[in-house]
Design a binder for this molecule. Structure first.
Ligand code: TMP
Length: 225
């Protein structure tokens, strides 16, 4: 059984990566691939608990301010669990894994946004993830202005939607998002062999086509039954 293929999706809040991930999953399944999808934080029972602590805007009221290094360590606790429970078994089974965020998010948000720096994140990645890297990362990164606008719009939508409380990150300032954006640029330049950047602000359908072309050029055709 050939090893599977590990693809991650990255981008700022509101970048449309989750929609694109879902669409790619549907297309790849139609092409005959076995696809496993997950998101970080979350995707395991432990990860879902960690997600609600990290993203719920009520957490800080209940627990007090979450220190940036604690936030980083919780992201990696979640990631280590999903590697053990979902990613490695799916790779061993020959599946394509589509993961909504991975270590690049920690580097961009905690390393850049919270200013912990890349070195600490990469050291955590080595310790908690045994340096497991995606085969391909699709980074949705339209212009900074457009990214800030989308992040703000999504923030506003979440505030208006009662019952959706996952907005702790989205209350952050433009400067926070600017630092994340710059860190994503840095990662893309450093890891150009792995990271495919889509800067297009085009329609969802057009970006879907770009992503499908990118992925089908890299993965082998599924074994015929
Ligand atoms: P999302 O599921 O809508 O992408 O939201 C997850 C939020 O968590 C998003 O604001 C980015 C943040 N995050 C980090 O700060 N660090 C991480 O390592 C991950 C995976 C997510």
């Amino acid at each position: 059984m050939p090893r599977g293929y590990f693809i991650t999706f990255e981008g700022l809040d509101g970048s449309g990566k989750t929609t694109q991930l879902r669409r790619l999953a549907t297309t790849l399944e139609a092409d005959g691939h076995t696809v496993v999808t997950l998101r970080q934080p979350g995707g395991t029972a432990l990860g879902d608990r960690i997600r609600s602590v990290l993203l719920d805007s009520k957490s800080e009221a209940a627990l007090g301010p979450i220190a940036p290094a604690a936030e980083m360590a919780l992201m990696f606790a979640d990631r280590a669990q999903s590697i053990a429970e979902v990613i490695l078994p799916a790779l061993d089974a020959g599946s394509i894994i589509l993961c909504d965020r991975y270590t690049d998010s920690s580097e961009a948000y905690q390393g850049g946004g919270r200013q912990l720096g890349s070195e600490r994140i990469l050291a955590m990645h080595a310790a908690a993830c045994d340096n497991l890297q995606p085969d391909l990362t699709i980074l949705l990164l339209p212009s900074l202005e457009s990214s800030l606008r989308r992040a703000r719009r999504r923030n506003q939508r979440h505030v208006e939607q009662k019952g959706t409380d996952e907005n702790r990150f989205e209350r952050e300032s433009d400067d926070f998002y600017r630092r994340i954006y710059e860190k994503y640029e840095e990662i893309a330049a450093r890891e150009s062999h792995r990271v495919a950047v889509i800067r297009d602000d085009a329609s969802i359908d057009h970006i879907q086509t770009l992503i499908h072309e990118l992925v089908s050029a890299r993965i082998p055709a599924p074994a015929t039954k």
